[in-house]
Write a protein that binds this ligand. Structure first.
Ligand SMILES: C[S@@+](CC[C@H](N)C(=O)[O-])C[C@H]1O[C@@H](n2cnc3c(N)ncnc32)[C@H](O)[C@@H]1O
Length: 387
């Protein structure tokens, strides 16, 4: 006999015709052994054995009924945090009996989720970004610009700070003492947290300085945790750049001091106040295929190949920014990059229908960032124009 888990929705506020369509279409679309819906006067019952959540979302989006009802029907299933996987289907029934950890929810409650961030004092009131900062590239020290912004006015920050590796930037000196470096970085990051909306995301690409044994990704994570940000996760950006081989492996063929080698960087994702970000379903622009692929937190993306052309030594590839923005923000959100360099974050924000603010200390990089945005308006001439 098939086992089901039951979820319910109060339908008293919805049109009868809408919930009738929802239940009828659901029952003819999905096999009864997977899931089915029933109705009584005030309640929609969703009986779940197993379900492909992406197909369920697509099914709901195709219905021509009140989107508040379809969103509620989706959320009640999607928020079930404990399920197994059978192929692309989540399986809900009898799953807890198979789990090694019994009374999982109660134990979670005893331990306390993200305990380090729960006593934060962040205001929940979000503000608008003042118009003079919207869709702007500003050449200045980020600290000064950020100090002029109101609290809680940015939806998402994506950045890669200078790493203090000794790279040849236009104006920035990339070899400070580590104390001076972190004082500069955390001064700017503190302002970033202040201007981030409640529920906003702070996404930082970090590469540790392996040769100096500086675990920058852990140091930066400690900073976020001390500042009451919730760790949402970590993406491993696999660059497959085997060119980064060191010519010596430490103590060759000896455990005395072998040198480890890496072909990846880290992308740390932190949230302010809440893991859930406010936004309209209609403004989510990630496709089902992208979502399925990108929630697997190892991203294989080649490094940017045009750095020479743009005259910047450490640029993001556009694809990395596209994934971060589509996975963690909605269209029309405000995107900030306080170390904007040649402007990859602001360019992709523009291309994906988001608003942006990019700040960099180098006029040359800011000019490049502006030009890349301008050029993105120009459609490539077609072969007919060239004739
Ligand atoms: C790793 S790069 C960012 C590159 C960028 N992600 C891109 O795709 O082009 C770091 C940038 O931080 C800038 N920078 C360093 N100190 C700064 C500061 N105090 N304020 C603003 N920008 C700064 C540097 O000029 C450099 O362009």
């Amino acid at each position: 006999m098939t086992d089901y888990r039951e979820e319910i929705i109060d339908i008293s506020e919805f049109q009868e015709s809408d919930y009738n369509v929802l239940a009828r279409e659901f029952n003819s679309h999905f096999p009864k052994t997977d899931a089915f819906m029933t109705l009584d006067k005030t309640t929609l019952h969703i009986m779940l054995n197993q379900l492909d959540i992406i197909k369920y979302r697509e099914f709901l989006d195709a219905l021509n009924i009140d989107p508040v009802l379809t969103d509620a029907a989706f959320d009640v299933v999607n928020r079930i945090g404990s399920y197994g996987l059978r192929g692309s289907k989540r399986h809900y029934a009898g799953y807890n009996a198979e789990r090694k950890v019994s009374n999982r929810k109660a134990k979670e409650q005893d331990r306390g989720k993200h305990y380090y961030a729960n006593d934060n004092e962040f205001s929940k009131t979000n503000n608008s970004l003042p118009a003079e900062y919207e869709n702007r590239i500003i050449c200045a020290d980020s600290l000064g610009v950020l100090k002029k912004l109101p609290d809680n006015c940015i939806d998402i920050i994506f950045t890669s700070p200078p790493y203090n590796f000794g790279l040849e930037y236009d104006t920035h000196n990339d070899t400070a003492s580590w104390n001076a470096y972190y004082e500069m970085l955390f001064g700017i990051f503190k302002e970033c947290i202040r201007v981030l909306k409640y529920g906003g995301r702070f996404v930082v690409n970090v590469q540790p300085l392996y040769s100096d044994y500086i675990p920058a990704h852990h140091i930066i994570s400690n900073f976020f945790i001390e500042n009451k940000m919730i760790w949402k996760g970590e993406i491993l950006w696999e660059k497959n750049n085997y060119n980064c081989k060191m010519c010596s492996y430490g103590s060759w063929k000896s455990p005395a001091s072998p040198y480890l080698k890496y072909t990846w960087e880290f992308v740390e994702v932190y949230c302010k106040g809440d893991l859930k970000k406010a936004g309209k379903t209609a403004d989510a622009d990630i496709t089902a295929e992208e979502f399925k692929s990108w929630v697997v937190a190892k991203w294989s993306i080649a490094p940017e190949r045009h750095m020479k052309e743009f005259g910047h030594p450490a640029m993001f590839p556009e694809n990395l920014v596209e994934r971060v923005l589509k996975l963690f923000s909605f269209k029309n959100d405000v995107v900030l990059d306080p170390f904007n360099g040649a402007g990859t974050t602001t360019l992709v924000a523009k291309k994906t229908g988001r608003r942006y603010l990019g700040i960099d200390i180098s006029q040359e990089y800011c000019d490049t960032a502006e030009k890349r945005i301008e050029d993105s308006y120009d459609p490539q001439p077609s072969i007919f124009d060239l004739e």
